[in-house]
Structures are given as C-alpha cells and as structure tokens.
Design a binder for this molecule. Structure first.
Ligand SMILES: NC(=O)C1=CN([C@@H]2O[C@H](COP(=O)(O)OP(=O)(O)OC[C@H]3O[C@@H](n4cnc5c(N)ncnc54)[C@H](OP(=O)(O)O)[C@@H]3O)[C@@H](O)[C@H]2O)C=CC1
Ligand SMILES: O=C(CO)COP(=O)(O)O
Length: 337
C-alpha cells in the first residue's frame, strides 16, 4: 500500500488558493479546498479544473473541493487561508471553531483590514486565539498563473517560530516552488500589502503612457516608503530587500498579470474606480488597503506620499495625471530623509 500523504486545508478557491493547492499537491500533500460557490467546487471535482480562475490547468486527483468548511477542515494540521483580506474576519468567525487547536494557520493574503488597521496574521490571532508560533505567512513574487504553469518561483514562509516556518517550508517545497524562511512576519506582511498600492501607481503611470523612468521611480520610491513604515513598526529592513519586498514589488509592477497593476492601468487610461471594479470579479487588494496603510502610516508618523496619493485618488480627490504631477512637484528633499 502506498504511504498516505499528509493533508492540508486551503480555504479560498480563487486564483491564489487554487494555484497554491497545486504547489501543495506537487509537494506531496493531499489538499481539501474550500470554495465559496458550489459550481466552482463541482468543476474542480468533476472536470478537474477551476474553470473560472485557472482555466486550462489540470487539477490533480489529490485535490478535493468542497463548499463545506467542516469537511475541508476535518483533520487538517495545516490550514491555509486565501480569501480577500477585507472578507477574512467574517469568514473566520464561521471557521475558527472548526480549526484544530494544534493546527498551524497560514495566511496567503496581502492586505490590511479597514477600520482596525490589523494585518492578516493579527486578524487570525484575534479570531482563532492562536499564538504567534501557530501563525505563518507565505508571500513573495508569486503571480498565480505563472505558479499554476509550474514556472519557477521563490517565496518566503514567515513565522515568529523558525522551526514552524521550517515545517511549513517543507510542506510546500515543490519542484517549481522554492520557499525560504524568515521570522519577520511584520516586514513580510507589510511588503506584500504595500506592494499592491505601489503596483496601482505603476499601472496608472503605464496607462497614462509614461515609460520606464517613471515606473522605476515609483517602484524605487515605493520601496523606500514601504521600508520606512515597516521599520517604524518593528520590521527588519533586510526583509524589504528580499523576496517579500523588492521581489514581490518587481513582479507585480512589471507584470500585466498583476490585478493591481492592471487596475491602475485602466484608471490611467481614463476609467473611473467604479467602472474598473465592475469590469472584473477578481480582487485588487490595494484599492482597499491603500486607505488602511495611509492611516497606519499617519498613526506611526511615517511619510508615505505614494500611498497617500493613491488613497486620495481612490477617494476621487485626484485624477491619475494630477496624482503623478503632484508627486513629482512636492518639496525637494534628501533621498534618504
Ligand atoms: N492571485 C495572485 O497571484 C496572488 C494573490 N495573493 C493574495 O491572495 C488573496 C486571495 O486572492 P486571489 O485568490 O488572487 O483572489 P481572486 O480574486 O482570484 O479570487 C477571490 C476569491 O475570494 C472569494 N471571495 C470573494 N468574496 C468572498 C467572501 N465574502 N468570502 C469568502 N470568499 C470570498 C472568491 O469567491 P467567488 O468566486 O465565489 O467570488 C474567490 O474564490 C489576496 O489577498 C491576494 O492579495 C497573494 C499572492 C498571489
Ligand atoms: O501578489 C501577487 C503576486 O505575488 C499578485 O498580485 P496582484 O494581486 O496584483 O495580481
């Protein structure tokens, strides 16, 4: 009899939850995948395909989808969460009692909660009561469609307890996916979340027809302000020069696959925020998180001009052209001030 494979529960059958299920399956796990809609689960189970989010990608037999969180979470020692950040709280209120008290809970999400300003690991801690040694974050340059096609990629598994990070790393190290460990959860989460806002700004520059100098400027200065916030919140500055910072920023800001960059590009081409929201079902986390990051930065006395300008634009106070002009014509300063 073949040895049984360990099981992982993945909650969220959108692009990343589904693509990460493939990583976990390739790494030797069986996967129980929760989908919000029955038809998405049926397509995965019956056609072996998530026709809506990853069309054309074959889902291996070791991935089973269900709409029932109790079925998905039963017996899972590793629980991976991949729903839109602003929707995590309401879902965890339903799921928390179904999660084994020993399970390690992994966030794949890149957002900061509106109102509370909590990072996703903090929302998980609040709703499940899990300590930092049971909460991990996986983040990096991981565009889901590339991952689903088994193109090579690296990522970071961050957990305050390095031995837990190593256990999670071992569970998701596949022939195409190389995870590194880190204990800097704050830096890893802020890198991924703020990247989405910077990608919106890069998309706007692209949509307006500006070329590589403008994009490189927004990326580099975006990384500078991300670093200021992260260090003010206790992160290790090194984290921002790694996969969870620079790596993720470069991937999203350069790729037409990035939803945040594409969202910004449509704004730059003249669509309104409401029109872009209506044009896609997929989540562009930066559209919501720009406001919570701007508030978080203000609370820590940190200057984040790009994030503040994107937030003002999303509130309807600026056009993309005004936003970029305003950023360029600010009071001059030292590069490292
Ligand atoms: N896609 C990527 O390349 C990457 C994404 N991430 C992060 O992963 C997280 C999930 O994103 P991703 O999978 O890409 O998102 P998608 O936009 O691809 O899919 C969204 C998923 O969330 C579900 N959903 C929508 N509303 C709710 C709700 N109220 N409660 C529960 N589920 C809901 C959708 O279900 P339905 O279809 O029924 O609407 C769908 O399964 C985000 O934080 C994102 O930043 C991180 C790295 C890479
Ligand atoms: O975080 C991502 C890749 O690592 C995905 O970025 P988008 O949400 O902008 O598509």
């Amino acid at each position: 009899m073949p040895a049984s494979r360990p099981m992982v529960a993945v909650l969220g059958a959108g692009s990343w939850g589904t693509a990460f299920s493939l990583v976990l399956s390739d790494a030797g796990n069986d996967v129980h995948l929760w989908g919000r809609r029955q038809e998405v689960c049926d397509a995965i189970n019956d056609k072996r395909e998530n026709t809506e989010y990853l069309p054309g990608i074959v889902m291996p037999e070791g991935i089973m989808a269900s709409h029932d969180p109790a079925v998905v979470l039963d017996g899972a020692d590793l629980v991976v969460l991949a729903v839109p950040s602003q929707r995590l709280r309401e879902n965890l209120e339903e799921w928390a009692h179904l999660i084994s008290p020993d399970a390690v809970i992994v966030s794949l999400m890149k957002g900061v909660e509106l109102g509370t300003h909590l990072r996703m690991s903090e929302v998980i801690a609040e709703l499940t009561g899990a300590g930092p040694e049971r909460i991990a974050v996986i983040t990096g340059p991981n565009l889901s469609h590339e991952i689903a096609h088994r193109e090579p990629a690296a990522s970071v598994v961050a957990c305050a307890d390095s031995s837990v990070a190593e256990r999670v790393q071992a569970r998701c190290h596949s022939p195409a996916f190389r995870p590194y460990t880190n204990t800097d959860v704050v830096g890893c989460e802020l890198g991924g979340t703020t990247k989405n806002v910077i990608a919106l700004a890069v998309g706007m520059a692209t949509g307006l027809g500006f070329r590589d100098n403008a994009k490189a400027t927004v990326i580099t200065r975006g990384l500078a302000e991300t670093g200021r916030l992260a260090t003010a919140m206790g992160a290790d500055p090194k984290t921002l020069s790694g996969l969870a910072g620079l790596g993720d920023l470069v991937a999203s800001c350069s790729s037409p696959l990035s939803r945040n960059r594409t969202f910004g590009e449509k704004l730059g081409k003249g669509m309104s925020v409401d029109e872009v929201v209506a044009s896609t079902r997929q989540v562009a986390e930066g559209v919501k998180s720009c406001e919570s990051i701007a508030e978080l930065a203000a609370a820590h006395g940190v200057d984040m001009p790009i994030v503040n300008h994107v937030a003002a634009l999303i509130r309807g106070e600026l056009t993309p052209e005004q936003m970029l002009r305003s950023l360029i014509t600010r009071e001059p300063k030292s590069e490292w001030a």
